[in-house]
Write a protein that binds this ligand. Structure first.
Ligand SMILES: [Zn+2]
Length: 576
């Protein structure tokens, strides 16, 4: 996908209002092109092992009920931060902050909406949508309340303005003060050559672009001066069921911004598919017909003749949450001022609405496991006879689940200059189902890091594969994205899907099962059937990639044509 500079600039502008934006390197089906960069060839078998028994032990502690689901600003945060510092000290990793601590403070505002109905009114007909069952909404305004007062509803299709695709769902309509009703994901444009497929040249075909993400939808609404944005939830296009949205009725965090987020729409929310359909029926429209039109460039916004009213009262609190950071100092006098940054978010959803009587969202896979991996990769670095030339930063970030806030804060307020940051390797959820013959790289083909990973996996007799579910937009859904959009080559690995000794469909099956039953639910706990033998190999690859980057003569680069390359080149040029 070709991205415009205007879109990139818009992405940088919204940084400060706590939103996640920017372009995406498109996962390509082909092997990453180009030769392998010259890297020291310590065979992977001679590098220290990553101890997955210890990873499991960390995961058990961090995902135990005592840690209360690791919500930012809770007792769970205090325990988690203390645990991480203790582990960093134990392994002999130095404080990662230049102030001599293991802490980077991240100022957040926590906003808890009070349940309220959403009322649609057309003439004398009134329809009340029930909080949580039918509608999940919030305001990011740092204010006591926010209101839609008879705001006129307009259906704007996918709500997208994408000049590079000659796409504008607004067609010049002034939507100031109105409430926009939108579909999620990119407009699914059929391929002219084969109508059963999506056009790969428009919005990346099957792969979700940033235009498809819910965060984009609220941002474009704000840009248009709308009062509210309501997304119609559909499980397929969203990439997750409505109960994942429902977890947002509890306290949500944002970075504290100078304008107190008043530049955003007053009310952001989701309604269920059923309520979306019946809203359009109330307006005398047909959902399916409008959805079909919305997949074309000719689509025009449809004023619904229905008014929306809702008042959301907020409970507010500000907290300093914490990124926890440790350093393994490089052994080369000059290169030790450059960094390879490993990240894993320590936070999860905390305590929330009960599911089957359980209110603690333990987040074992997501992301106690990744934090366990981060700790043990760090420990493996301390087992080397000589530290690598460049320094290693172990960064456990906060508030990923609230919109990648901890990594966003680090990327705009880095402890060490991003121009001196060689690479980011992110861990968000480890493979707990055994060995795989492959390793997935989301956004495959984006940078030299893919070849580092390909080589390391190859030495294990394994292969790299691109993201199997590009339509779900995973590239935007974890912390590496904040490094990427600020120029730092970032690796976003995911578990493989081809499991050793298992039928071919096993990988997709366990994935789907996790998404449906455990993802962002209290049931994401350590299970008796967990098998970390695959994670052992994956973590070894992540270790080898970081080690070899830290030893290499040159820094890894984005591939030619990658959208982040220009940012990186300018950044490197400007460095002292
Ligand atoms: Zn996660």
């Amino acid at each position: 996908m070709k991205r415009t500079l205007a879109f990139l600039a818009a992405g940088l502008l919204v940084l400060l209002i706590g939103a996640c934006s920017g372009p995406e390197p498109k996962p390509s089906g082909e092997p990453a092109p180009g030769p392998t960069p010259a890297v020291p060839r310590t065979p992977i078998g001679e590098l220290p092992e990553v101890d997955v028994d210890a990873v499991l032990a960390h995961t058990k502690v961090l995902s135990s009920d005592q840690y209360e689901g690791r919500g930012p600003g809770t007792k769970g945060e205090e325990l988690t931060v203390a645990y991480l510092i203790e582990q960093f000290k134990k392994m002999g990793a130095k404080p990662g902050n230049t102030d001599g601590t293991y802490i980077q403070k991240v100022p957040l505002v926590g906003i808890t909406p009070t349940p309220a109905p959403l009322v649609f009114k057309k003439g004398a007909t009134e329809r009340r949508l029930a909080w949580r069952d039918d509608v999940v909404a919030w305001t990011k305004h740092v204010a006591d309340s926010a209101t839609l007062d008879g705001s006129e509803l307009v259906f704007v299709g996918y709500g997208v303005v994408a000049p590079e695709f000659n796409w504008d769902d607004y067609k010049g309509l002034d939507v100031k003060g109105k409430t926009l009703v939108m579909l999620v994901n990119d407009p699914p444009v059929a391929d002219a050559a084969n109508s059963s497929e999506l056009d790969p040249k428009t919005f990346g075909g099957k792969a979700m672009t940033y235009y498809g993400r819910w965060t984009y939808k609220y941002e474009i609404g704000a840009e248009k001066g709308a009062a509210g944005v309501l997304l119609i939830h559909e499980t397929g296009p969203a990439g997750y069921p409505f109960d994942v949205v429902q977890s947002k009725v509890s306290e949500q965090f944002d970075l504290v911004t100078p304008d107190k987020n008043m530049g955003r729409v007053a009310i952001e929310g989701w309604i269920t598919l059923n309520q979306g359909k019946s809203l359009l029926a109330l307006a005398g429209q047909d959902f399916d017909a409008l959805k079909k039109q919305a997949a074309t460039r000719e689509f025009k916004p449809v004023p619904l003749g229905v008014a929306a009213s809702m008042t959301i009262k907020n409970k507010l609190r500000t907290i300093d949450s914490k990124n926890v950071v440790a350093k393994i100092e490089g052994s080369d006098p000059a290169l030790k001022n450059e960094y390879v940054v490993y990240t894993a978010h320590w936070d999860h959803l905390g305590i929330g609405p009960a599911v089957d009587g359980d209110t603690i969202y333990n987040g074992a896979v997501d992301n106690a496991s990744g934090v366990g991996g981060l700790l043990e990769i760090g420990r493996a670095f301390t087992r080397l006879t000589r530290p690598p030339k460049r320094s290693i930063l172990l960064l456990a970030v906060t508030a990923e689940e609230q919109g990648l806030l901890g990594s966003q804060y680090y990327s705009v307020t880095p402890i060490y200059p991003l121009a001196k940051t060689a690479a980011n390797i992110n861990m968000d959820g480890l493979n707990v189902h055994g060995r795989t013959k492959d390793l997935t790289l989301v956004g495959y083909g984006a940078s030299d890091l893919d070849e580092y990973a390909r080589d390391a996996a190859g030495e294990q007799g394994r292969v790299i594969r691109p993201d199997a579910e590009p339509e779900k937009g995973f590239y935007y859904r974890s912390d590496h994205f904040n490094f990427a959009k600020h120029g730092v080559p970032a690796l976003d690995p995911d578990e493989g899907i081809d499991f050793v000794g298992k039928p071919p469909e096993f990988g997709q099956k366990v994935r789907d099962h996790y998404t449906q039953y455990d993802y962002h639910k209290p049931s994401d706990v350590v299970k008796p059937d967990w098998d970390l033998s695959g994670a052992r190999e994956d973590l070894k690859v992540f270790f080898a990639v970081g080690y070899r980057v830290a030893e290499a003569a040159t820094l890894p680069e984005w591939k030619a044509g990658n959208e982040f390359k220009a940012i990186r080149d300018a950044q490197l040029k400007a460095r002292p």
